[in-house]
Design a protein around this ligand. Structure first.
Ligand SMILES: Cc1cc2nc3c(=O)[nH]c(=O)nc-3n(C[C@H](O)[C@H](O)[C@H](O)COP(=O)(O)O)c2cc1C
Length: 201
């Protein structure tokens, strides 16, 4: 039996979703998966980045993280996404990656990938659930198997109770308002478990 291959794909301007992705990476490895932690390429104008010291600092601190490519999407049996809310939707950087997978979709190579998603926003009702379900809409088109956490573990209640995927509220200084580490790790392990069953490696 080969190891289940998981791609943990995140976009982050100021580090929140990078942290969620790192917790997911740790848990997915613990669950026995072969894991690639991958960032969504930044495509914002340098002038915009320069105006936000936290954004610039985060970009520099994550220069070593490989950028996700279509080869990674083809390679993985399952994906865990972590993306911040942008007006209730995924950032344009993430949409670029999704749209860039059109060729893979056309060849049927995204069918039966197992997918689960996480998010963050500045307000507790700022669009986290909407962002996750908007991402899942694309996954439905891909023929992916969307694996939500539902209420499959007590950690989900402690994290704010988002059944679509773990989400966190983060203030302007980047401080998380809920303790979501356990929920992220549960979601990652559950996604590996479901991917194991679907991929049948
Ligand atoms: C263009 C833009 C739009 C945003 N829209 C929302 C929003 O609709 N609701 C909200 O609560 N936060 C919103 N935010 C705040 C981000 O969701 C927040 O900065 C992000 O979750 C932090 O994650 P990161 O540290 O991984 O970048 C927005 C931020 C930007 C830059």
């Amino acid at each position: 039996m080969t190891m289940t291959k998981m791609a943990i794909i995140y976009y982050s301007s100021t580090g929140t979703n990078y942290q969620l992705a790192q917790w997911a990476e740790e848990a997915a490895k613990e669950a026995g998966a072969e894991v690639r932690l991958l960032k969504v390429p930044e495509n914002a104008p340098q002038a915009a980045i320069e105006q936000n010291p936290a954004w610039k600092k985060h970009l520099e601190a994550t220069e070593h993280v490989p950028e996700v490519t279509n080869d990674d999407l083809e390679w993985a049996d399952g994906y865990i996404f972590s993306v911040p809310t942008r007006f209730g939707n995924v950032p344009s950087q993430v949409k670029s990656v999704l749209d860039g997978a059109g060729g893979l979709w056309f060849q049927g190579k995204l069918i039966d990938k197992v997918v689960s998603a996480m998010s963050s926003a500045q307000n507790s009702h700022g669009g986290q659930e909407q962002t996750i379900t908007n991402l899942y809409t694309t996954m439905f088109h891909w023929g992916a198997i969307v694996a939500t956490p539902g209420y499959s573990d007590d950690s989900i209640f402690a994290a704010g109770g988002n059944p679509y995927g773990t989400s966190v509220t983060v203030d302007g200084e980047g401080n998380m308002q809920e303790d979501v580490e356990a929920a992220v790790k549960h979601q990652a392990k559950r996604t590996v478990d479901i991917t194991n069953r679907i991929a049948n490696n």
